[in-house]
Write a new protein. Structure first.
Length: 236
């Protein structure tokens, strides 16, 4: 945890591009120090440019969230560190989001579920120890992870993976019901990114500052909330 004289710190998992990079840039803009992760073997990323532009305020670590040995190694490197916030942004979708669940291959089902549900929770289970008692633990979910709001179908594998993430995070919160830390599952809105596509109604520039506003506003609220980019509760 930061002292009064030092900036607050964010550990942002999945920060090389898109929403992750934009979140890192927004937190730096607001006076935070950021440690962001990128996958090993990744070419130079936007996060590297951000680190060059803000020396001393952005650190880069290597992590593929689907590789348990890399996660264990990162945890060892973080020994003795304390963060004000841990946020897991990394995620994926299947090659053809229009496929029904009956059409999805077993290979793609396993890949998306491991990337979007199992691996983020492994990160949280492993790295939560480095978040201070007044800190926040969060993960990037989606409004499409809401079972109650699913009235159209479509993007079924992605929906299912985010619903699974939500359920696992509920279990984590239940096991840590006595924790003073805030926990947030974030639905950032449909944003024009590589994964969101060109038809999405929101830009990164519009919604990422809103996402950051919500996260910062919830830091002193213990327990888990499932929220959208305006701070509204999303039905489970």
């Amino acid at each position: 945890m930061s002292t009064q004289s030092s900036p607050p710190t964010l550990l942002l998992v999945g920060a090389s591009r898109g929403l992750g990079h934009a979140m890192a840039a927004e937190f730096v803009k607001r006076g935070w120090n950021v440690m962001g992760t990128v996958r090993g073997g990744t070419a130079r990323t936007l996060l590297h440019d951000l680190a060059d532009a803000h020396p001393g305020h952005v650190e880069i670590e290597v992590l593929d969230i689907c590789e348990p040995l890399e996660l264990a190694a990162l945890s060892e490197r973080l020994a003795g560190r304390t963060f004000d916030m841990l946020f897991v942004n990394a995620g994926t979708t299947n090659r053809d989001p229009s496929q029904t669940i009956g059409e999805v291959s077993t290979e793609e089902f396993v890949h998306v579920m491991i990337t979007n549900a199992l691996s983020p929770m492994r990160v949280i289970e492993t790295l939560a120890q480095y978040v201070g008692p007044a800190g926040l633990i969060g993960a990037m979910s989606s409004g499409q992870g809401s079972i109650g709001n699913n009235e159209t179908g479509a993007r079924e594998l992605y929906r299912g993976s985010k619903a699974a993430l939500n359920m696992f995070m509920r279990s984590f919160a239940a096991r840590h019901a006595d924790s003073s830390r805030a926990m947030v599952l974030m639905a950032p809105g449909w944003i024009r990114t590589e994964m969101g596509g060109a038809g999405a109604p929101f830009t990164i520039e519009e919604n990422v500052p809103r996402v950051v506003d919500v996260l910062l506003s919830k830091r002193s609220t213990p327990g888990l909330q499932y929220l959208d980019y305006l701070g509204r509760t999303v039905p489970w």
